[in-house]
Design a protein around this ligand. Structure first.
Ligand SMILES: O=c1ccn([C@H]2C[C@H](O)[C@@H](COP(=O)(O)OP(=O)(O)OP(=O)(O)O)O2)c(=O)[nH]1
Ligand SMILES: [Mg+2]
Length: 143
C-alpha cells in the first residue's frame, strides 16, 4: 500500500502496535485540540493519504479502549475507504459518553484494517433458492 503523509509533525505513519495486530493506529492531525461534548460529532483529519491496490479496501474501526473508557465511537460504524479514494483519511467520531472527550494532535483515535473484498455480479431473478432458515432472523433461533 502506498502512503502519502501530509501532517504537522511527520511522525504519524500508521503503525501496527504488535506483531499480530490486524489494525494500524491512525493519529489525529490537528492544529489545536478538539473538545467533544457528550453526543458531539467531529471529522478528524489524519494527514494520511493512501493508494490501495484494486481489490482491497481499508476499514476505519474504533479502538476498544477509547470506546470502553471514554465512549469514543464511530457514528458510521466502520468507515469504508475505497481503493480509488485519494483524499485524506478522516475519522468521523462521536462522543457517546457523558463526559467531554479531548482529542489532541497525535492521539491514536482509530485503527485502519486493510482487507481484500469481493464484488458481486448481480443477477435479477424471480425466486431465490429455499433454505432451512428462509426468512428467519433477528433472534428466531433464540437468544
Ligand atoms: O470514515 C470514513 C469514511 C469514508 N472516508 C472517505 C473514503 C471513502 O472512499 C470516501 C467515501 O466514503 P463512503 O462511500 O462511505 O461515503 P459516501 O457517503 O457514500 O460518499 P461517496 O458518495 O463519496 O462515496 O470517503 C473517510 O475518509 N473516512
Ligand atoms: Mg460511497
Amino acid at each position: 500500500m502506498k502512503i502519502k503523509i501530509l501532517n504537522k509533525s511527520k511522525n504519524n505513519i500508521p503503525k501496527y502496535q504488535t506483531e499480530g495486530s490486524s489494525g494500524m493506529d491512525l493519529q489525529a492531525n490537528l492544529d489545536e485540540k478538539i473538545v467533544l461534548k457528550s453526543l458531539d460529532r467531529a471529522l478528524i483529519p489524519t494527514g494520511i493519504y493512501i493508494e490501495l491496490p484494486l481489490g482491497y479496501e481499508a476499514q476505519i474501526r474504533a479502538r476498544s479502549g477509547l470506546a470502553l473508557k471514554k465512549g469514543l465511537s464511530l457514528p458510521n460504524g466502520i468507515g469504508t475507504i475505497d481503493s480509488d479514494y485519494r483524499g485524506e483519511l478522516k475519522v468521523i467520531v462521536v462522543n457517546l459518553g457523558k463526559e467531554d472527550i479531548e482529542i489532541n494532535h497525535g492521539d491514536r483515535i482509530a485503527q485502519l484494517v486493510v482487507i481484500k473484498y469481493e464484488r458481486a455480479d448481480i443477477e435479477v431473478v424471480n425466486e431465490l433458492e429455499n433454505t432451512s432458515r428462509q426468512d428467519g432472523g433477528f433472534g428466531h433461533t433464540g437468544v
